[in-house]
Ligand binder design. Sequence first.
Ligand code: C2O
Ligand code: CU
Ligand code: CU
Length: 496
Amino acid sequence: MSFVLSRRRFLASSVPVLSASLIRPAWSTATPSKLPIPALVDGTSGEPVDLQIRRGEWSFKPGVKTATLGISQDYLGPTIRTQQNSELNLRYQNTLTEGVAIHGHGLHVPGKVDGGPQLEMAPGDQWQPRLSIVQPAATCWYHSHTHGKTGDQVYRGLAGLIIIDDDEADSMDLPRQYGIDDLPVIIQDRTFDAEGRLVYSLNDADEDGWLGETVVINGAIAPVATVPAGKVRLRILNGANARFYIVAFADNRTFYKIASDGGLLAAPVPMTTMEMSPGERCEIIVDVSDGNAAELLTLFEDEFDEAEGGIVNNLLDLLGRSETPPLQPSLTLRVDRSLRAHTAPLLEKLATIARPNESEITRTRDFVLAMGDGGGHGTHGGHAAMDMTINGAAMDMNVINERVQRGVWERWRIRSDQGAHPFHVHGCSFLIEQMEGAAAPPDQRGWKDTVVLDDDDWSEIVVRFDHPATEQYPYMYHCHILEHEDRGMMGQFTVS
Ligand code: C2O
Ligand code: CU
Ligand code: CU
C-alpha cells in the first residue's frame, strides 16, 4: 500500500524533522510497562452495566501521577462486550462537577439513546440508555460528546471500547481471547509538562487541532504485551483528538486488515502500512508464530506529508530493510510460546457486504467543511479566532441542519475547503464510494462511520438510517478532529 503524499495540511511546513518521540533512544534502561488491558464487562445479561464517570489519577510516565478522568477506572473505561440481537443496558453516573454527555460511536441506535450533546448529564445525574443491538459484529467505542468540551474530556480519559459479537463472526475461526490474542489498542497522543502532568487547552490548539507529542497506547508509553506464538488480533482505535497515524510494523511485516469501523470486511486485506484518522477503528491480524517480537509503529502522518520526498523515502527505505529501523515502537508484542496460540490459517472470506443498487439511492446531499478566520461567533469552545463550519453554518444546538427519511439510501458527498478532515456520521454504518476523488481502496470497502476528506476532492458515501432521531434528540455529523468539532464543525439531523 502507498503512503498518502498529497494531503495538504493546514499550516506551512517547517523544516521536516522527525519528532524525538519517534526515534528509538540509543540506550534505554527503563523497564517497559505492560500494556494496560481495560477490564472486560459482559453486557449480554441484560443487567445494567454500571459506568461511573469519575476523576482519576494515572501515571503515563513512571512515578508521576497526573489528574485524569475515567469511567469506572482511573483513565479510559472498561471494554463493554455485547451481542447482536441482545439488549445492552448501560447506567452512567456522572460524579464530576461538570456536565458530561457520552456517545456510543458506531452504534445503530435511536437518537434518544445515542448520547449526543443534547443528552448531557448534569453533575450528580444518572443516565440509563437501553440499547437494542441489531447491527453485526464490530469494534465500536464510547466517549464524551459534551457540547464544546468533547476534546478536553476525551483527552483527560473519557473513552472506552464496545465490542459487538454476532453468531456469524462467532462461528469464524478468529483469535478471540480478550487480552491474550485479541487485544484492544487505543492509540492516543498526549503532551506533558515538565512535571509529567497532562497539558491541554482548546484555545491554544492551532488549526490542526491538539496534537500531542507522545503516543500512549491504552494510556501507557511504549508498552509491551505478551502474546502467544500465533495469529494475534489487534482491535485498533485511533482515539487521538486530532492526529492521523500511519500504522506499520518496524520489520515491515505484512498484516491483514479484517475489519473497519462497522465490522468485518469481505475478505482480509494484506497491508504493510495503514492510515488511521481520529475516530476510526481497524481490526488487524498479525502473525507472530516465528517467535520474533512485533513492534508496532504509529507514525505521525503530518510529518510524513510535510517531508514530501525526504523523510517518506527514507522511511520507506528503512521499513523496507530487514534490520530494525531506529524508530520508537508504540507497542511491542513479545512472544511467549507457553501460551495457547491461534494457528489456524487465515480465513479467505469474512462478511458479505451488500451494496445498494444505484436505483435505490434516492437523494444526494452535499457537505462542505470549511475553516475561516472570519467573524468568530465566540460561542464554539470560546475560540473566537476560528470559524469552523459545515455548509457555512457552525454547530448550533437549536438548529436542525438536515432532515433525513428513515430506511432510504442516500448519497452524501463531502468535501473540504481546506485541510484533511475525518467526517463522522452518527446512527449508521455507511459504504464509501469515493475517497478523496478516487475509488475507495479495498480496505475501505467495508462498513464505515468515518471517512477522510482532503481539500478539493469529494469523498462520497452511500448511507441509510434505520432508526429514528427526533428534533429533541437528533443525530450529529461532524469532523472527528475534536477541536474542530468543539469549534463548530458539526451539524444536527433528524431521521423520521
Ligand atoms: Cu465519535 Cu459524534 O462522535
Ligand atoms: Cu459517533
Ligand atoms: Cu476537521
